[in-house]
Write a protein that binds this ligand. Structure first.
Ligand code: SF4
Length: 423
């Protein structure tokens, strides 16, 4: 366990984003293997055997997702979700800027697996540098015959286009992303139907995250069985974690799944800034419920361990908070983010996120009362559990309620009169 490079082995090379460098370290060999030696079914099975789970948030098994695509005559679309916008998350940006050809190779292999001949890379609009690098890489790949008609003379066609988002967090939700790609307002769609059945232009569509696609060439090269030996039994592989907050060495670290969180914080990231004390950890992006220091010290960096603590590995953003952190301020800022990013379609989300944000502001400035705390908990109950089209309202609840419950003393002392929180 600990640091292990699979995707980021050549991160130190200044030209890692170029086709020349990528090919010099064995790049596109997996694409050739998949196009010449493997059937679509074999690719899907190899990815299923690897146990690869989506690296964007939900952690859904990738091979199963591909297997849901119906065998119809309709076009099938493949989309890379590079709209990395979850607060604290910045690991896909590294892959986009340093390894665009790994992403393209992974997408071509996935395309063959689902019989797709058109793909899109949807990148967060603020990633100007990344968009330029990926566009250049796509152009290089076309010129080298690695994309387009009759790839490498092997008879498979796959076109790939780069699309820039326009700054909405909600477009990271796959059905909102699909609407955005179609030129519509980036609003999440009611499901079912799910994108596997009716996605882009009402056709079967697979949407995977950048890091998920980047794992695919490695799985095909080493086989799913070998890949599965890395990490834990239920969470195989490595994972890129974007560590931020009060640590001495924040940054992006690729570690083997199952690595103790304690090792990530104290050995890999050098411990707490100014030799302070750990107060809490937000383990998987802003919508993952906060862990106390005690919980964090028992956790390992894999889906099951974090889920057993009623949180989630989510987007791979690990936010470290020392004793110096003001959790009332932190919680208010997260609620403000969600209220700003709500698309407004659902009343519990449109109204709830704004009410929660306003009530937290009252508490933050010392004007809040216990009634306001109770109202936040009451609103939360109406915002979660499937009352809305997408999980943004749930995300707001997960960013707020666990913090107010686990650190209630911190909130109580900010109320007008010092009263305890009864929830
Ligand atoms: S939950 Fe919020 S963001 Fe999601 S569709 Fe409804 S209003 Fe829009």
């Amino acid at each position: 366990m600990g640091l292990k490079t699979l995707l980021t082995t050549h991160v130190g090379a200044a030209d890692s984003h170029t086709l020349n460098h990528y090919r010099s370290v064995g790049g596109y060999e997996s694409q050739k293997k998949a196009l010449t030696e493997m059937t679509a079914e074999q690719i899907v099975n190899d990815v299923k055997n690897s146990g690869l789970r989506g690296r964007g948030g939900a952690g859904f098994p990738t091979g199963n997702k591909w297997g849901f695509i119906p065998k119809t005559d309709k076009p099938k679309y493949l989309i890379c979700n590079g709209d990395e916008g979850e607060p604290g998350t910045f690991k896909d940006r590294l892959l986009i800027e340093k390894f665009p050809h790994m992403l393209i190779e992974g997408m071509v292999i996935a395309a063959k697996a689902i019989d797709s001949h058109q793909g899109y890379i949807y990148i967060r609009g603020e990633f100007h540098k990344g968009i330029r690098i990926v566009e250049e890489a796509v152009e290089e790949a076309y010129k080298a015959g690695l994309l387009g008609k009759n790839i490498l003379g092997l008879g498979y066609d796959f076109d790939l286009a780069v699309y820039s988002g326009a700054g909405a967090y909600i477009c990271g939700e796959e059905s909102a992303l699909i609407n955005s790609l179609e030129g519509r307002r980036g609003h999440p769609r009611l499901k079912p139907p799910f994108p596997a059945v009716s996605g882009l232009y009402a056709c079967p569509t697979v949407v995977n995250n950048v890091e998920t696609f980047c794992n695919v060439p490695h799985i095909i090269r080493m086989t799913g069985e070998e890949y599965k030996k890395i990490g834990t039994e239920k969470s195989p592989g490595t994972r890129l974690f974007a560590v931020s907050g009060h640590v001495k060495k924040p940054g992006i670290y690729e570690v083997e799944m199952g690595t103790p969180m304690k090792e990530l914080i104290y050995d890999i990231c050098g411990g707490i800034k100014n030799d302070g004390t750990l107060k809490a950890v937000i383990p998987g992006g802003s919508s993952s419920p906060i862990l106390t220091a005690e919980e964090a010290m028992t956790a390992t960096m894999d889906y099951e361990s974090i889920a057993s603590l009623k949180s989630m590995l989510g987007s791979g953003a690990v936010i470290i908070l020392s004793e110096s952190a003001d959790l009332v301020e932190t919680t208010y800022r997260l609620a403000e983010f969600y209220s700003h990013e709500s698309c407004g379609q659902c009343t519990p989300c449109r109204e709830g996120t704004h009410w929660v944000k306003d009530l937290l502001h009252k508490i933050k400035v010392g004007e809040g009362t216990e009634k306001d705390v109770e109202l936040i908990f009451s609103l939360s109950r109406n915002m979660e559990g499937g009352t809305t089209i997408c999980p943004l309202a749930d995300a707001c609840v997960m960013a707020v309620r666990p913090t107010m419950t686990k650190f209630k003393g911190e909130f109580s002392t900010r109320l007008k009169k010092e009263v305890s929180i009864s929830h």
